[in-house]
Design a protein around this ligand. Sequence first.
Ligand SMILES: [Zn+2]
Length: 53
Amino acid sequence: MPNEFACTQEGCTYMIRSDDEGEIIHMAREHAENKHGMSITDKDVRKGMAHAA
Ligand SMILES: [Zn+2]
């Protein structure tokens, strides 16, 4: 079942969808750091992750 993560920052439309949870976490953390200068944890990513239909 694919998971997806959508960035919650205002005005940001970044979204990832993948079967690989590790990949989503990696990419979401990289995005947060590169685009928003934010350091987020694996737990933060999991909180924002939703199972795609
Ligand atoms: Zn973003």
